[in-house]
Each structure stands twice: as C-alpha cells, then as structure tokens.
Design a protein around this ligand. Structure first.
Ligand code: PAF
Length: 282
C-alpha cells in the first residue's frame, strides 16, 4: 500500500495509472475508520483495478469549531485497517496543500443541500462539495464510493458531479450497522456510555415508520408521527428532524412511495447522530 501526502505526487501517479488503462476507484474519508469504510473499500475492490482512499479531516465542512476539534483522529490504526483491506493507495494531504490560503474559491451548493442538514449545518455541503471536487481533480477516479448513511451527502455529490460534468460514477453503498442497529459512524466513539445505550432508538424509530408503511400508512404525517412516538420516549434526546422526503429533491412528501426516504437527526449529549432508510426498506 502506497501512502502519499503530496497532492502533486498523487496527481502524477494517478495520471500514469490512467494512461496504463487501469480503472481507479476512490473512497473519500475523514479517517477514524470503521467497518462501514471497509465495506466501501470492498465494493471498490470488486469494480476497480486500483483502490484509493483519501483521509482528510476537512475543516471547511465543519460549521462548529468544537465538532472539528473533537473529531476523532487515528491515522496509524486507519492505515493498518486499510492495508489489511487490500487498499492500493492512500492520500493523506495536509490542510495547507488541500486548501491553500487565502482560500478564495468555494463551491456553492443549493437546492437539496439547503434542506435537512443544510438547515442545521449551514455551509456544510459547500465544504463537502469543494473537497470532493478537489479530490476528483487530484486523483481522477472513474468511480467514487460513498455510504448511504450520509444520504443527503450522496444526493449533493451526485448533483455536483452532474452539474460540473465530472466523468465520475458515484456509487452509493448500504449503511453498515452495529448488531443493535446503530448506524456505524466515527462520531459514535464520542457517545457517553449512557447515550450509546440509547442511540439504537434512532434506527428503531425508522423501523417503526417502515412497519407503519407496510401496514398501510401512506401519509408522510403518519410516518413522522410513528418516528416521533419512539424518539420522544427517550430522555435527553433532542430531535433536529424526523421527516419523510423525496429521494432526489429531499423535499417533504405527503403521499409516501417505497423509495421515499425516512431521515432522522438527533442529539445525544454533545453528539449528533443521523440515519435514514427507504420507506420500503433498504
Ligand atoms: O463522508 C465523509 O467522510 C466526508 O464528508 C467526505 C465525503 C470524505 C468529504 O470530506
């Protein structure tokens, strides 16, 4: 496994690989890796000659400085995990190289990016779109793999790829869960023990809405009520949103279809958890 910090060295390496006709798959990450990331690598391995992973804690996508400061970092363990997952190449860029100062250029996102997370984390998707575009320009992957856990991110990245004409296929990959249903996330590490015990309620709320739909409830309001009933049974859990949305526009839907998306964001202590699922099941 080759580990490179220098963006220009990485750019040259990948230019050569593409000239040799080798297909490149990119898994962009912010490190603190877990089985969810390994599953993205495995999917990339199935479809690409060369699997590249980037590890970069992207300051410009954090609207909360504390969240950025507290974001877990574990580069050594990450590299060991990636090596045993059979990754070929890791890009570990510095802040200075990735976002040279002064930073005068930023991609502005709107539409679906302004809803849900966009309301609670203003500027977040501008930061995501900007760094993902830079990674695409540096490594030139033919395919890029993103988890459905961050469903809105997937929608926004697809939109960016389409509008900026990046020759990249964006592959959405299923959420990987702990045995109790909690969606795997680097932020789970920061949950206090008592909050970790409560955290699976988010997935349970989603399952309750799916069951309500399977039992014949087709109104958005009905499914939202099913989720709120479960979530509000937990003390000290703050709900940012629990909604049913169109999978492309992310606007609320009244009449639910199987591919309508149940989306939830809550706070447990200082940790914000998000999760989602298609109404008809994943
Ligand atoms: O999902 C993430 O880890 C990040 O948002 C991403 C896509 C690596 C961009 O920084």
């Amino acid at each position: 496994m080759q580990v490179v910090e220098d963006i220009y060295e990485a750019q040259k390496t990948f230019e050569e690989l593409r000239q040799q006709g080798r297909s490149v798959g990119l898994v962009p990450t912010m490190g603190s890796l877990h089985k969810g990331h390994v599953s993205l690598v495995e999917r990339a391995r199935l479809r690409c000659d060369v699997v590249a992973v980037s590890i970069f804690v992207n300051a410009i996508q954090f609207n909360d400085v504390n969240d950025h400061r507290q974001y877990p970092r574990s580069t050594e363990a990450d590299l060991a995990m990636l090596a045993s997952a059979g990754v070929d190449f890791v890009l570990l860029p510095t802040d200075e190289q990735m976002h040279p100062k002064p930073m005068n250029v930023l991609i502005t996102t709107s539409g679906a990016a302004e809803l849900l997370e966009g309301v609670h984390r203003p500027g977040h998707f501008d930061g995501v779109a900007t760094v993902v575009a830079k990674l695409f320009i540096i490594l030139g992957p033919g395919l890029a793999f993103f988890g459905e856990k961050d469903f809105q991110q997937l929608v926004v990245v697809r939109r960016m790829v389409s509008e900026l004409h990046f020759p990249v296929e964006v592959v959405g990959c299923p959420t990987v869960r702990e045995p109790d249903g909690l969606a795997m996330s680097s932020r789970n590490l920061r949950l206090a023990e008592a909050d970790r015990a409560k955290a699976p309620i988010v997935h349970r709320a989603i399952l309750a809405a799916r069951q309500a739909y399977a039992a014949g409830e087709t109104s958005g309001r009905g499914l939202i009520a099913a989720m709120y009933e479960i979530l509000s049974s937990v003390q000290d859990l703050v709900i940012d949103y629990a909604s049913v949305v169109d999978p492309q526009t992310l606007k609320d839907v009244d009449h639910v279809k199987p591919d309508s998306r149940l989306v939830v964001a809550v706070h447990l202590g200082s940790v914000r958890l998000i999760d989602n699922s298609a109404v008809g099941g994943d």
